[in-house]
Design a protein around this ligand. Structure first.
Ligand code: FAD
Length: 468
């Protein structure tokens, strides 16, 4: 029987990163994955294919809407959905092949099949396509089994017309109409993809705001700017059902006034969040405790109640984000190697890859108010940025929240061009506990979108933004 120092179950961004870091630290490591390809949700049906389609559809939308203004004239512009999807599949393959390469490079044994506990130190691997089971012995286990789309019990998803994000990333035609249940990150990204292609898109959201966990300024701005590309929003609407007849899906909802509303579409995407996935792991055999909402219970070291068994990523508490899973993978590997790693969960940024993009890190204004913390605000709109004027990306803003007395940056929230990358500046500043004044005094190249961060920090310190 093969013996390992560490066995990682699940090859998503949490699992494969944990495996690489374990191997780098000299631990004999195995990685178990039930699917044929490595990379988990993120690489196969999440972050990567969605960004590939977002990029393709952004090109198409720009060719239609802004090229003329730039003096570029095109005629006979058409979408080739099979080609767009083939390109996306190619991008996914290049990424998942990259993980195979990294496993080989780091001498990690990859075992394909469903991993399940026999006891605390033995794992059984059942090949997905049949074949002989094998068993391994391991000193430590890192569970990184991820998540699956949450289902609404009163909606029967046939995965053809009433679909999850996985199917929404694989539609090989432009839907005439597309209904999205859920105005969170995944819902808005998918809504953007199809609205840009010309589908009539309606987003139905239960709360009265989009991306309700982010700073409320972000949801308001996204509603305004995504409305400009034709997306309709029904906020405060409680979905009560969805039925399919032929190729049409009708979604019923109750409006804030209590009226019954019906919205019909070629497709209905249910994007109401994701749930931790532990099916088939046989956690009971190892005596692993769970907590609410199907998550595996872990302590501050990400260790379960069983010494030597850890859990990371979407299957444990916290933001369901690839980079959070990655940080936790490194954290556990370094803990196993006797190091004392640290994760600052406050500084895990959240990003929405619509156009303009949206991002936030640190405390929201609502959280500061609720905590009774004295703070000040600096705002800078992209319409006052020279770089944004040159590219024509005038929507959005950077908002900096700083402690009223010490000036320490407490939160940064943005909507704007390329701010998925710009949020890294806010994370860096906050990790070093910078004040708004510190950032305001740093040189930012001109003309760049990043100048909006400097200007917002200037605005936060004695209202001295230069270009506003
Ligand atoms: P996963 O990536 O879910 O991987 C878990 C793996 O474990 C899977 O491959 C599964 O097959 C395997 N597994 C489970 N049980 C077993 C078992 N018993 N035996 C063997 N293998 C098993 N996050 C971002 O940060 N940025 C984004 O832009 C982003 N976009 C997204 C877009 C979409 C459409 C979706 C759905 C998600 C997106 N996410 C994004 C979220 C991100 O994909 C997840 O947070 C991330 O993948 C979680 O990583 P993980 O390692 O915890 O689990």
């Amino acid at each position: 029987m093969n013996q390992y120092d560490v066995t990682v179950i699940g090859s998503g961004p949490g699992g494969y990163v944990a495996a690489i870091r374990c191997a780098q630290l000299g631990l004999k490591t195995a990685l178990i994955e039930k699917y044929d390809t490595l990379g988990g949700t993120c690489l196969n049906v999440g972050c990567i294919p969605s960004k590939a389609l977002l990029d393709s559809t952004e090109h198409y939308h720009n060719a239609h809407s802004t090229f003329q203004e730039h003096g570029i004239e095109l005629s006979d512009l058409r979408v080739n959905m099979p080609q767009m999807n083939d390109r996306k599949n190619g991008v996914v393959k290049a990424n998942t092949d990259g993980i195979v390469y990294l496993m080989k490079k780091n001498k990690i044994d990859v075992l394909h099949g469903l991993g399940s506990f026999v006891d605390k130190t033995h794992i059984k691997i059942k090949p997905t396509g049949g074949g002989e089971e094998q068993q391994i012995e391991t000193k430590n286990v890192i569970i990184a089994s991820g998540s699956k789309p949450t289902v609404l019990p009163f909606i029967a998803q046939d995965k053809e017309r009433i679909i999850t994000s996985t199917e929404a990333l694989n539609i090989r035609e432009v839907p005439k109409s597309f209904v999205v249940i859920g105005g969170g990150v995944i819902g808005l990204e998918m809504a953007s993809i199809y609205a840009r292609l010309g589908s009539e898109v309606t987003v139905i959201e239960y709360t009265d705001a989009l991306v309700p966990t982010m700073d409320s300024s972000i949801g308001k701005e996204l509603k305004r700017v995504l409305g400009k590309i034709g997306i309709k929003f029904l906020l405060g609407h409680k979905v009560t059902g969805a039925t399919r007849e032929g190729d049409t899906v009708t979604v019923s909802a109750t409006s804030p006034k209590g009226e019954e509303v019906k919205v019909a579409g070629d497709y209905c995407l249910v994007a109401v969040g994701r749930s931790p996935y532990t099916a088939g792991l046989n956690l009971e055999a190892a005596g692993i405790e769970m907590e609410e909402r199907g998550r595996i219970k872990v302590d501050e070291h990400l260790q379960t109640n069983v010494p030597g068994i850890y859990a990371i990523g979407d299957v444990v508490r916290g933001a369901m984000l690839a980079h959070k899973a990655e940080e936790e993978g490194v954290f556990v590997a370094e803990t196993l190697a006797g190091q004392k790693p640290h994760i600052n969960y406050l500084l895990i940024p959240g990003v929405v890859y619509t156009w303009p993009e949206a991002a936030g890190v640190g405390y929201t204004e609502e959280q500061l108010k609720e905590a009774g913390r004295a703070y000040k605000t600096g705002n800078f709109p992209f319409r006052a940025s020279g770089r944004a004027r040159a590219s024509g990306d005038l929507d959005g803003f950077v908002k900096v929240l700083a402690d009223k007395t010490t000036d320490e940056i407490l939160g940064v929230h943005m909507v704007g061009p390329r701010i998925a990358d710009l949020i890294a500046e806010a994370v860096t500043a906050m990790e070093f506990r910078a004040s708004a004044e510190d950032v305001a005094r740093m040189s930012h190249a001109h003309p760049t979108y990043a100048e909006a961060m400097k200007e917002a920090c200037l605005a936060a310190t004695d209202n001295r933004a230069i270009h506003m």
